[in-house]
Design a protein around this ligand. Structure first.
Ligand code: AMP
Ligand code: ZN
Ligand code: FE
Ligand code: FE
Length: 282
């Protein structure tokens, strides 16, 4: 049974597998098309595309842009965008810069809690400019401070925990605009993580539609069947395209696999063409 996966992370951001390795997992899961959606960076796309040509998998250029919605983060996926666009790249560079402003402050808080860790160690493990909390979690795992990334987030790194530090982020509408200006389709990522009521979510979608929001990630590894149908209804009501993906990261989310999430994920190939057309039209 073939399927697609439109949400995947690699070593170019906070995933633990290279684009080639991710594509090899995808091949085994009968994934026929996929999007690499690294956080605030698109440098994984050439390697993924070349490997895709070798393995017979279509690689769609993608990205996951961080933004701020009230007190919490909101992620915006971009698809079929001109990922080499200079303006887009300047904007993504500013987001990566805000990571380098925040991360040493997280490290300082961990040090204050008596944990021996340096930002140099984190940067060395990350090996990319898009350094995220999952990299810090992995260093904490290597140092045996925690036994899982989940524990690192629950004890230290999650919003509201003692080592959490906010970073400067654009508004969700800005993220939509950035993606649109690079010719892409903007898709609201994992609505389950948007911290608001059902009404709040509907209001947000209406507002973002005015800025050109094109779709919503209805199918997602951790969405329950009732959430999936709720989001499907919302997408229909507001005329949004439906997308889906696993949000595979490798070792920091060990229960999630490429193409199948926790086993139940199945994203249809039929969702791809409408998305492709929406990008060409923008
Ligand atoms: P950052 O980009 O540095 O703000 O880190 C946020 C990223 O951490 C998210 O995009 C997820 O990939 C990851 N993340 C958030 N919460 C958890 C968690 N509880 N366990 C593992 N990874 C998480
Ligand atoms: Zn991530
Ligand atoms: Fe995300
Ligand atoms: Fe993601």
């Amino acid at each position: 049974m073939s399927r697609i996966d439109l949400h995947l992370h690699t070593t170019h951001s906070d995933g633990s597998f290279s684009p080639r390795e991710v594509l090899e997992f995808a091949k085994r899961a009968n994934v026929t098309a996929l999007a690499i959606t690294d956080h605030d960076i698109t440098t994984g796309i050439p390697d993924a595309t070349a490997t895709g040509q070798e393995l017979g998998i279509e690689v769609i250029p993608g990205v996951e842009i961080s933004s701020r919605f009230g007190e919490s983060e909101l992620h915006m996926l971009g698809y079929f965008l001109r990922w080499t666009d200079p303006t887009l790249n300047q904007r993504m560079a500013s987001l990566r810069e805000s990571r380098h402003t925040r991360n040493p402050r997280i490290i300082q808080r961990l040090n204050d809690l008596g944990i021996d860790i340096t930002y140099g160690e984190v940067r060395a493990l990350a090996g990319t400019e898009s350094v995220g909390r999952p990299h810090i979690a992995r260093v904490l795992m290597e140092k045996k401070v925690v036994t899982s990334a989940k524990e690192a987030f629950d004890r230290f790194l999650a919003d509201g925990r003692p080592a959490y530090v906010e970073r400067e982020l654009p508004e969700p509408a800005e993220a939509v605009r950035w993606i649109r200006e690079a010719g892409g389709v903007a898709v609201l990522a994992h609505p389950t993580w948007v911290r608001t009521s059902a009404e709040g979510l509907a209001t947000l979608i209406r507002q973002l539609k005015d800025y050109g929001l094109g779709g919503m990630e209805v199918h997602y590894s951790t969405h329950t069947p009732s959430q999936t149908s709720e989001y499907l209804d919302l997408a229909k009501r507001y005329g949004l395209l439906v997308t889906g993906g696993s949000d595979f990261h490798g070792v920091t989310k060990p229960d999630i696999e490429v193409g199948i999430g926790r086993g139940e994920l199945k994203v249809s190939e039929k969702l791809l063409d409408p998305l492709r057309k929406a990008a060409t039209a923008s």
